[in-house]
Ligand binder design. Structure first.
Ligand code: NAD
Length: 401
């Protein structure tokens, strides 16, 4: 294939596509088209505004938009591309197995516009075996497209920094595609790691499932300690302080968002439900909101107002997708007199200002520990529930019968 100059990113205005487009159009000096189906996001991006929070992205976007970067609704941009990167999920059914017809339809929609010789990069997290299905589809259709699977491994919110710092896993079934994909990502990543596609598919799922299981260990230990009236964080501090082997012992808190649980479940489906660790992690992490509510039961929630601070799925984010704060909210709505939710970043008409939430609440719960809460003064008579230990001076209020 010719040298890479023009790239199209399908799903280009989302959390994975847009930071990648900004870096490819900036640092890598490529011409990038961001293809998306959402007219509002396309308009925003073309006006130089980020549709979501992403550290250090705003300035860089304004540098390149209208020059080397453009958002568009028109799939014609795929024709001119030397490489097409798709970040759109390759569909799986409700049991998390790929439905072959859906996989083929999502790829065929791209192939209709792509020229022979183009590099096609699958970048969203896929169910194991999907890259081979796509490869076989291309051969059946006699399409000479160079197929590669190069998973995204950034943490949302830190993409701009991580895209140029993290090694990039690159995989393909043939050398020509491997070389082309390595050339593309070699323009931004410091190291290229080559795997076969089945290895790369598992590498990505292992990464997320490992992280999810790691959080589950902390959440399980948190529940163990707190349910016996012991302070988890005194123990956490004792075992991590000057003890390098416990460096990866995470704090407790909500392990949520659009990727970790979904990808652990994909691995569970792939293992034909023999991924016991993954299932256990899901029960523990998804069970944490219930444990927190259970701990409060002796306070008689029926006459208490509860505030949840932070509705995003994690700190310093405006992304509420699969946030456990919303699960907590649902549970509390059954039990409590009123639930007041607040978040400085999430867009949701049901939220109330922080000051209102604090003033009205009898109980304050930390959902996402945004840094802006750091100096918050919570009057001493309020019960604070803080699984993150964000307000270390305040201990989890002991339940009084
Ligand atoms: N969010 C993360 O941090 C992250 C990290 C690694 C991998 N992933 C994987 O990346 C994939 C994308 O995640 P995301 O967070 O960017 O999602 P997102 O919802 O933020 O972005 C997806 C974008 O694709 C657009 N889109 C949907 N269908 C389209 C189509 N047919 N053609 C063109 N555009 C289309 C949407 O409008 C949206 O802008 C997921 O499969 C996820 O598993 C996400």
């Amino acid at each position: 294939m010719n040298s890479l100059q023009r790239i199209a990113i399908v799903g280009g205005c989302g959390h994975v596509g847009l930071p990648l487009g900004i870096v490819l159009a900036g640092k890598a000096g490529l011409q990038v088209d961001l293809l998306d189906i959402d007219p509002a996001k396309v308009g925003l991006v073309n006006s130089g505004a980020m549709p979501f929070m992403e550290h250090a992205a705003d300035l860089l976007l304004r540098d390149v938009i209208g020059k080397s970067l453009k958002a568009t609704l028109d799939p014609a941009c795929l024709k001119a591309a030397d490489a097409v990167i798709t970040v759109v999920g390759t569909p799986v059914d409700r049991h998390l197995n790929p439905t072959v017809g859906d996989v083929y339809r999502s790829i065929d929609a791209l192939l209709d516009h792509m020229q022979d010789g183009t590099l096609l990069v699958l970048r969203s997290t896929v169910y194991p075996g999907v890259t081979r299905l796509v490869h076989e589809r291309l051969r059946k259709l006699n399409k000479h497209v160079l197929l590669a699977f190069c998973p995204e491994r950034i943490a949302e919110g830190n993409a701009i920094e991580e895209l140029i710092k993290l090694p990039q896993i690159v995989s393909a079934f043939d050398n020509e595609a491997m070389v082309a994909a390595s050339q593309l990502f070699g323009r931004i990543a410091p190291t290229i790691i080559e795997l076969t596609p089945p290895e790369a598919e598992l590498a990505k799922l292992f990464t997320n499932a490992w992280r999810y299981a790691n959080f589950a260990i902390s959440n399980q230990f948190y529940v163990l300690a707190q349910s016996r009236g012991l302070d988890f964080y005194r123990i956490h501090d004792a075992v991590t302080r000057e003890y390098p082997r416990m460096r990866s012992f995470a704090k407790a808190g909500f392990a949520a968002g659009p990727c970790l649980l979904k990808d652990t479940l994909q691995l569970a489906a792939f293992s034909q439900n023999n991924f016991f660790l993954g299932h256990a992690a899901m029960l523990i992490n998804e069970g944490l909101p219930m444990f927190l509510v259970e701990q409060l039961r002796p306070h008689d929630l029926s006459n208490k107002r509860v505030a949840i601070l932070g509705m995003a799925f994690k700190a310093e984010s405006d992304d509420p997708r699969d946030s456990l704060s919303y699960k907590l909210k649902k549970l509390l709505e059954v039990e409590a007199l009123e639930v007041l939710c607040s978040d400085p970043y999430v867009s949701d008409n049901s939220l109330v200002p922080l000051e209102t939430a604090i003033r009205m609440a009898d109980i304050v719960m930390v959902g996402a520990p945004h840094a802006v809460y750091r100096d918050l003064e919570i009057p001493g008579e309020k019960i604070v529930v803080d699984p993150w230990n964000f307000f270390p001076a305040r201990e989890l209020a002991p339940a009084t019968a």
